[in-house]
Design a protein around this ligand. Structure first.
Ligand SMILES: CSCCC(=O)C(=O)COP(=O)(O)O
Ligand SMILES: [Zn+2]
Length: 218
């Protein structure tokens, strides 16, 4: 994807691979190779100080270049940098919900594992005659749990015998319409760092990029 030069390019030009504009492109390339952001689905957003860096909508996320990245001023919610032609990710209001709750990075994937989990929970609920309403994916006694923090503002990680609960929300026709149910789930489960979207994927966030990435990989 080629970008043209325009205002506020200094916000996205850096030799530092950890700069959010570079980092989002690298992460999305890696997520593509994991099968997490196939087609044009999924995306990643990073907060750095007063700025939110956001991938464009409807593009092959593995092909993005730093010049394709949008920059939003967190305080005013106005765009400081808008690449021409492109639109910001439809996930933007969902990413903002994570930033409003202290996240430094939010990752949305269409991981087939995440989708499968939501289908299994749906099937189990149907078999048991239970309503789907407030269903979570629950798991315990699995090593990977030890890499998930206890919760925001809490010290330490979950232990092997702890139960990890990941809320599941229902999918909507348009990504941005997920915002209110994502916010309800985030507030009902304040310790969670992820919300599954039934028949769609997952949102995972963390205090910083490294934590969001490793928590998404669990
Ligand atoms: C075929 S992808 C539909 C939208 C979606 O689920 C998604 O994650 C991608 O949104 P974006 O606007 O970032 O392309
Ligand atoms: Zn999606």
């Amino acid at each position: 994807m080629n970008g043209s030069s325009h205002a506020n390019d200094q916000l996205i030009v850096s030799d530092d691979p950890q700069h959010p504009a570079n980092h989002i492109c690298t992460l999305c390339r890696n997520f593509y190779n994991l099968g997490w952001v196939t087609g044009t689905g999924g995306g990643t957003s990073i907060r750095k100080g007063p700025h939110i860096f956001i991938a464009p909508s409807g593009v092959q996320k593995e092909l993005m270049q730093p010049e394709n990245i949008f920059v939003l001023d967190y305080a005013t919610r106005s765009y400081l940098r808008k690449p021409p032609v492109l639109k910001p990710s439809a996930c933007t209001p969902l990413f903002m919900a994570a930033f409003d709750r202290g996240a430094g990075c939010c990752i949305h994937t269409h991981s087939q594992w995440a989708v499968l989990v939501t289908l299994l929970v749906e099937r189990d609920a149907a078999q048991n005659g239970e309503k789907l309403g407030d269903k979570c994916f629950e798991i315990e006694m699995i090593e990977q749990i030890k890499g998930i923090p206890q919760g925001r503002g809490k010290q330490g990680m979950l232990g092997y015998f702890d139960k990890l609960r990941v809320p599941i929300i229902e999918n909507t026709a348009h990504e941005e319409d997920l915002t209110s149910s994502l916010e309800v789930a985030m507030d009902r489960y304040p310790d969670t760092y992820a919300v599954l979207v039934r028949r769609h994927g997952v949102y995972v966030w963390g205090d910083d990029v490294q934590k969001a990435k490793t928590q998404a990989e669990r």
